[in-house]
Design a protein around this ligand. Structure first.
Ligand SMILES: [Zn+2]
Length: 129
């Protein structure tokens, strides 16, 4: 089982949303910039006035890797680690739940996987036409 996420003051909104099955990022109020991972201020204009925006959860695989050493603590196998460019333009590092090798350019969609303590973390799966 996956370890629980560690909630901090700037990341609690993200993990709370994941528990509700929502994929959200921070959005700057003055300049509308979206960013991830969470941080206290806008990376573009440095404003601390922010809100949250729900994303489509869809994107494209930009890169991937699979570790060849033994699986990390909490994992039975080493999942594929993927870099996803989301439809909204942000990039996120996550896991692809699949037995077959990822292909760059494949369309993926967010899903949520339970952790050992019953929390949820975002992972991705292929979008099947
Ligand atoms: Zn801004």
């Amino acid at each position: 089982m996956r370890p629980d996420p560690i909630k901090r003051i700037d990341t609690a909104f993200f993990w709370d949303a994941c528990e509700q099955g929502k994929f959200v990022v921070q959005k700057c109020e003055p300049c509308n910039t979206l960013w991830h991972p969470p941080r206290p201020m806008c990376p573009k204009c440095h404003s601390v006035e922010k809100t949250h925006q729900k994303l489509s959860g869809k994107g494209v695989i930009m890169s991937w890797v699979r570790q060849v050493r033994p699986a990390s603590y909490g994992f039975e196998n080493s999942p594929f680690v993927i870099l996803v460019e989301l439809n909204e333009g942000l990039r996120i590092v996550s896991n692809l739940i699949s037995d077959s090798v990822p292909v760059i350019g494949e369309i993926v969609e967010v899903d949520f996987e339970k952790t050992v303590g019953g929390k949820s973390v975002p992972i991705f799966k292929r979008v099947v036409d």
